[in-house]
Ligand binder design. Structure first.
Ligand SMILES: *[C@@H]1O[C@H](CO)[C@@H](O)[C@H](O)[C@H]1NC(C)=O
Ligand SMILES: *[C@@H]1O[C@H](CO)[C@@H](O)[C@H](O)[C@H]1NC(C)=O
Ligand SMILES: *[C@@H]1O[C@H](CO)[C@@H](O)[C@H](O)[C@H]1NC(C)=O
Ligand SMILES: *[C@@H]1O[C@H](CO)[C@@H](O)[C@H](O)[C@H]1NC(C)=O
Length: 470
């Protein structure tokens, strides 16, 4: 049942009626537009929440189910926050539209769940952030559009989410040319999904984030597909997608062109899959830094394939802090084309040894620990390295890297010259000719069985390959 509201009043009546007559009915479908809630969309007005003088504050409290029609009527005079509340309080499938051809300026907000139904936020127009960092109060640190505790949520459309982060980036520079900078920890994440389940973000453009463009923290069953994520190369630390302690995350058919990592995976994350990604410029694709401040990060079952990485600092990297613990294990990088990448393949277990955060008692063994790096596969990685050293496996005495596997690696300099590989405490094997020539230490026999080719492995084209095909 589709209900298209022509007027706000009709909308209220219909939405209310639907909610009351069909409690929890899956067919209920309600269409809401931001404009019905008093949003202006001129890029200047505050469309976060519109204040109405005639509204009694006590009535603004989130409605209990019985008072839904009245509540919806009150919501008509308000904007984003209240459109969300209305959508969240209604069962069934709710389509909330951000109309095309307009720009809605939204201050930092948390849009919290759980919601009664499934929310489909259709972003046809633009959502923009205030430009001045002064607009963020202390309580808003790290926050712009924050979705929290929501299940069954999708964001889609051809619209743009623009963090307008220029002043944040400038603020992080320590000299006029920004040759050195400090990470701006308090800068907002543009779209942050926290403790969410069944979230899909599709088709939209996310640009000029103050820091990370999309962050998934403790989320499960996530899709981030057909996205265009861009910020200028000089916007230090503007990560494309940051995955923190999340599982079953699919990141596919996306374009990332940012100042920081295109995609970064940290925390206790598993079953993460990247496919058909274009990345660059920026810092490349990164697992880590893992184990910061003696913490325990366990990352496993990560697969990426069909990726184009160009003009980045790193290609695919795994970086860990000294004295952290946990592991990065069962990671497969396959079918990747590099162009002019400074460090195409990197494992670095000392990556942040210059920082203070790795001092102190190790969280693993008492005499110095590291995040274990094991079972990492590099298959069909080709293209050009901007430096002579195309492969770096800098592992640690405390925790040598084990079971590294190279097959079909062919990286040359831009002029077609040969490249070199560096290994320290790195063990594993390679198959056939690899360029640069492998420098991996020989593994003990117990690893041999892992190298046996799996019969009938379908390379690349199935979505659900067996878990053990790392
Ligand atoms: C915009 O609205 C939000 C929500 O009501 C409020 O927190 C924020 O202070 C407002 N900003 C300005 C500049 O009025
Ligand atoms: C910044 O760049 C300008 C022009 O290239 C140069 O003259 C100046 O010395 C640089 N300043 C710093 C602090 O590096
Ligand atoms: C990962 O899980 C372990 C064990 O449950 C926990 O001790 C650790 O704090 C978690 N790490 C993070 C980054 O959440
Ligand atoms: C840690 O160091 C102490 C003193 O050097 C040594 O006795 C002990 O065996 C070491 N423990 C481990 C787990 O290596």
């Amino acid at each position: 049942m589709a209900v298209r509201a022509r007027t706000p009043l009709l909308l209220a009546a219909l939405a209310g009626a639907v909610a009351l007559l069909l409690p929890g009915a899956v067919e209920a479908r309600v269409l809401l537009s931001l404009d019905d809630f008093g949003a202006v969309g001129d890029g200047i007005a505050n469309d976060t929440q519109v204040r109405t003088p005639c509204r009694e504050p006590s009535r603004a409290a989130p409605a209990r189910r019985r008072s839904l029609p009245l509540t919806l009527y009150l919501f008509l005079h308000q904007a984003f926050v209240d459109a969300w509340k209305a959508a969240c309080a209604t069962g069934g499938t709710i389509y909330l539209n951000v109309p095309a051809g307009k720009s809605y300026q939204i201050w930092p907000v948390t849009l919290a769940g759980p919601c009664r139904g499934e929310i489909k936020l259709m972003i046809s127009g633009n959502i923009i952030a205030p430009e001045d960092p002064e607009e963020w109060s202390d309580g808003d640190q790290g926050r712009w559009l924050h979705f929290w505790g929501v299940g069954d949520l999708s964001l889609s459309g051809s619209g743009i989410v623009d963090g307008r982060g220029q002043q944040w980036w400038a603020g992080s520079c320590e000299d006029e040319n920004c040759t050195t900078y400090r990470p701006y920890d308090v800068a907002p994440m543009a779209l942050h999904f926290e403790d969410c389940r069944d979230v899909s973000v599709k088709g939209i453009t996310v640009q000029n984030s103050q820091r990370q463009h999309l962050v998934f923290t403790r989320c499960h069953d996530v899709e981030a597909n057909y996205l265009r994520v861009t910020s200028p190369e000089y916007s230090h630390g503007t990560v494309g997608v940051l995955v923190v302690s999340s599982t079953d995350v699919h990141i596919k058919h996306d374009l990332f062109s940012v100042g920081g990592d295109c995609v970064s995976i940290v925390g206790n994350s598993s079953d993460i899959r990247l496919r058909a990604i274009s990345c660059g410029p920026g810092l490349g694709i990164s697992i880590g830094g893992l184990g910061e401040k003696q913490s325990n990060h366990m990352v496993h079952k990560i697969k990426m394939d069909t990726m184009f990485i160009s003009n980045t600092k790193n290609g695919v990297s795994i970086k860990t802090y000294e004295n952290g613990c946990g592991f990065a294990c069962k990671v497969k990088f396959a079918h990747i084309m590099m162009r002019n990448v400074a460090n195409p393949i990197v494992i670095d277990q000392h990556c942040y040894s210059a920082s203070n955060s790795n001092r102190g008692t190790p969280c693993g063994t008492p005499n110095g620990s590291a995040v274990a790096v094991e079972k990492i596969k590099y298959i069909d990685i080709t293209g050009t390295s901007a430096t002579e050293r195309a492969v770096t496996f800098a592992c640690s005495n405390a925790m040598p890297c084990k079971h590294l596997y190279l097959d079909g690696v062919n990286l040359r300099t831009a002029g077609g010259g040969s490249t070199s590989a560096y290994c320290y405490q790195a063990f594993g094997k390679h198959v056939g000719d690899v360029l640069p020539e492998s420098c991996l230490g020989k593994e003990k026999e117990d690893f041999v069985q892992l190298q046996a080719p799996t019969a009938g492995t379908r390379q690349g084209d199935t979505e659900d390959e067996e878990d053990d095909d790392w």
